[in-house]
Design a protein around this ligand. Sequence first.
Ligand SMILES: Nc1ncnc2c1ncn2[C@@H]1O[C@H](COP(=O)(O)OP(=O)(O)OP(=O)(O)O)[C@@H](O)[C@H]1O
Ligand SMILES: [Mg+2]
Length: 408
Amino acid sequence: MPPMLRHALNGLFVSSLVAALLVVIGPGTAVSSQDTSVVAALSVLLAATYAVGFAGPARPADSRRREEPTESVDTTGGNPGRALRWLGALTTVWACLMAFSAEFGWLGFPLFALYVLLLPPRLAVVAVAVGTAIVVAAKGAEAGTLGIPQLAGPLLGALVSTLPVLGYQSLYRESQARKALIAELIVTREALAESQREAGRLAERQRLAREIHDTVAQGLSSVIMLLRATYAALPPDASLAQERTTAATEVATANLAECRRFLYELSPPPLVETPLPEALRRLVDRSAEDGLSTAFHLHGEPYPLGAECDVALLRVTQEALANVRGHAHAERCVVSLCYLDDRVTLDVFDDGKGFDPELPPQDSRGGFGLFGMRQRIEELDGALTVESAIGEGTAVAASLPIPNGVTS
Ligand SMILES: Nc1ncnc2c1ncn2[C@@H]1O[C@H](COP(=O)(O)OP(=O)(O)OP(=O)(O)O)[C@@H](O)[C@H]1O
Ligand SMILES: [Mg+2]
């Protein structure tokens, strides 16, 4: 329930009750002390019931309203039948007070508004009708007759207390729907901006890759060719020149290899025109060698993940396969790519010799592969696990959440 409406109802309830009490048992009234005590007790009971309900009772009982933002009519939270029980209790105590005096009819204003707010439409109509009948009966009993004056007031009161609430409620729902729409628009705009940023990053990387390829890499290739030609042209006895030319060729070749590796990082060729599953399938097929059979399994319907995730999964597969070929002595290696509702998983399993993932790499270089894989995946909020034991094979499992703005 909108907070303003809630406060207004509380105020209306308290003021109606106080006003009725003043008129019925206040100073100068001719009510017996016994009746006064009963009216006071019933009033306290009514106020307590009201307070308990507002502190924690019911949800609207009709499903149509429940689908809407809960705060629109939910005074309390909890089970839907509770509103009905709470309003039933309030109405019963109120009807008892009405038996003493029709002045308590003022309480019909907040009560009828609550019927409309918390009950399903049909039940609300019945409740308002019953409430109006109680007021009419009390007025009739007080006047000793049932005429237009006894009917018109309560009927008008019922309309006055329910129609504005209905109007307010529909305005509130509309504003809630608009709020939700604006929130959705903001999310979509952010996703769009992110994908534009990503496209920009990718384009810049590819431009850099082209530049490096066309300048540094081409230059190094030329240097190597010239050095080889120089070496070939050297007289056989120019051993110092030969030695230096060979050293220069080696340095240039190593730098060219490094440069190519960097180019590959910037713009991984397998993903330029091929979707990830196809790129992985080709990679896995190419990794088969004598004594090692490989298989690729795709599960789920592929959806776009964005370049960063694609590249990360490709790199992880490359490194895991390199490890299988380099260390595992396996007969079989299976790569599985699985598109789930909320994430993508990649598993690389081999039946090779396995190792203890807790131990540091035996290679004196330290081994960067597993560390790099984990870093790549964790940068994208994913997780990488390596399960292995000596003689038990190895399973590398990467899991990536679907990036924002990507819909499955
Ligand atoms: N599939 C595997 N089967 C058996 N041993 C493995 C497997 N994968 C990794 N290892 C072991 O874990 C160590 C660390 O692997 P990691 O990829 O981090 O480094 P590396 O392969 O030795 O070197 P780098 O990848 O940096 O060239 C390896 O040296 C190897 O002993
Ligand atoms: Mg490795």
